[in-house]
Design a protein around this ligand. Structure first.
Ligand code: BES
Ligand code: MN
Ligand code: ZN
Length: 483
């Protein structure tokens, strides 16, 4: 796995040290502008307002001083990550930078949290997807980052944790950024196996033959048009001692979504390498979770195949047999994500875990409803929904609770099978997809995250360069940490 996080070295020093650096930062909250330590004329002339992530160079300072906005009045963990990302960007053409961010924000957040957020923000801002470049892009020259922290903090342990999280998100981003032609279901499964081997997770991979034996007709039906084999990957973290419970994550792993025989237009198809973003988030999160050694059993199931048209492809009107015994009339082969998830959710629910969370780039309608920055959240259990919302809030990942209205369930009634895979109406596509998935979880507490929007970003923002964001990884980690 190429390491795409481009900071050569991070070291931690105590307040009062950290000499000989090219630049330092000066973190400043919006309501503290007058303490910036520069004259009124500079303040009047500068557009710097202390807004979150804003940076400016202060005049006539040696070493260079980068003022960085913290926003405010409250400083949060996601805000520190964002500010740290801005410091990295402002300093990336310098040889070294010393950051006061972890010291300045330690009183409000706690020293460990402040340090971890700073390291994560800088590492994630330095992420580049360059594994397919023939001529490598010019590297940033920032080699040495020095972080100033208060006394009495276990900085080595915090650095290791931050690096585990950043590496997990970088892995997720790499997988999502990788084109469909370079990431078959088999290759995606291999990446999951590698991640498991690196981090000490158990892993099991089902090929086409095993999926047939296990009656996973949803995955097989989506795969029917492909020359590539499907894969179901199951990653497991098993605690050494007694387990306090079981959480099961399920990811949509469509390595490329052409739409199948209901072929997408070019406009609709060109981004569809991202359609395994749910599976990639599950793989990244499982890797980071293993590094935290929780006393819970955590399982990640990824349902992987591409969706292709061909004479052997599933045809509109065909009926598939899902793992849990329900039959589905496929009236649109482009509504494939819910078919592979139907098997994945059935498998998860069979084991009656305490919580199932699925992540999927499931519907374009979710982008219409919530725009590109919010994931849609649906679920069958208020407590489960509350927990996932709280985790996302802490993680700084935006999502919005949508309903699963009983009134719309009849849109999924089929004349020939138990269910149809698309609604009979034109509207509410995200909710109808959620209602479809609900048919495969029984009474198990379950939350569905439609991440079609935030899986990528067009506009680089804070610690998110253009392209894959790694959305979901942090929320899954927080769910486990707060269980
Ligand atoms: N992978 C797409 C959803 C998608 C669209 C994700 C845009 C990210 C950006 C999904 O498989 C799909 O094609 N959904 C259809 C469902 C429809 C046929 C009911 C859609 O959204 O149009
Ligand atoms: Mn589709
Ligand atoms: Zn899809």
């Amino acid at each position: 796995m190429p390491n795409q996080l481009a900071i050569a070295s991070i070291n931690v020093v105590l307040a009062g040290t950290g000499e000989g650096t090219v630049a330092t930062d000066r973190p400043i909250r919006e309501d503290q502008l007058e303490t910036l330590g520069v004259g009124d004329s500079f303040r009047a002339a500068s557009a710097f307002e202390g807004k979150l992530g804003q940076t400016t160079l202060l005049p006539e300072q040696d070493p260079v001083v980068i003022a960085v906005g913290l926003g405010g009045p409250e400083v949060t963990e996601p805000a520190v990550r964002s500010a740290a990302a801005s410091v990295w960007r402002a300093a990336k053409h310098l040889k070294s930078v010393t950051s006061l961010l972890p010291l300045t924000t330690a009183t409000e957040l706690g020293a460990e949290v402040a340090l971890q957020a700073t390291v994560e923000g800088m590492l994630l801002a330095s992420y580049r997807y360059d594994e397919l470049k023939g001529t490598p892009e010019e590297a940033s020259v920032l080699e040495q980052v020095t972080l100033v922290v208060p006394d009495g903090i276990e900085s080595d342990a915090v650095l290791a944790k931050a690096e585990a999280v950043a590496n997990a998100i970088a892995l997720t981003r790499d997988l999502v950024n990788r084109p469909g032609g370079s990431l078959s279901a088999t290759q995606l499964a291999d990446e999951a196996v590698n991640a498991a081997d690196r981090t000490g997770l158990d892993v099991e991979v089902w090929d086409r033959e095993r999926l047939t034996e296990e009656r996973c007709g949803g995955i097989l039906g989506v795969n029917a048009g492909s020359t590539e084999e499907p894969r179901l990957v199951r990653l497991t973290w098993r605690p050494k001692g007694e387990s306090r419970g079981t959480i099961h994550f399920v990811g949509k792993g469509i390595t490329f979504d052409t739409g199948g025989l209901n072929l997408k237009s070019f406009e609709g198809m060109k981004e569809m390498k991202i359609d395994m973003g749910g599976a990639a988030a599950v793989i990244g999160a499982m890797a980071a979770i293993a590094a935290h050694s929780p006393d819970l059993t955590v399982i990640g199931t990824c349902c992987c195949t591409d969706n292709q048209p061909s004479p052997t492809a599933t045809k509109p009107g065909d009926v598939l047999n899902i793992r849990n015994g329900k039959t589905v009339e496929v009236l649109n082969t482009d509504a494939e994500g819910r078919l592979v998830l139907a098997d994945g959710l059935s498998l998860a629910a069979e084991e009656e875990p305490d919580l199932v969370v699925d992540l999927a780039t499931l519907t374009g309608a979710c982008l219409v409803a919530l725009g590109s920055q919010y994931a849609g959240l649906m679920g069958n259990n208020d407590n489960a929904i509350d927990r996932v919302r709280a985790a996302a809030n802490k993680a700084g990942e935006r999502l919005w609770h949508l309903p699963l209205p009983d009134e719309y369930r009849k849109q999924l009634d089929s004349d020939v099978a138990d269910l149809r895979n698309i609604g009979s109406g034109r509207f509410g596509g995200t909710l109808v997809a959620g209602l479809f998935l609900q048919e495969f979880v029984d009474e198990t507490p379950w939350v569905h995250l439609d991440i079609a929007g935030p899986v990528t970003t067009e506009e680089p923002e804070a610690e998110f360069p253009k392209g894959a964001t790694g959305f979901g990884v942090r929320t899954l980690i927080e769910i486990v940490n707060n269980w």
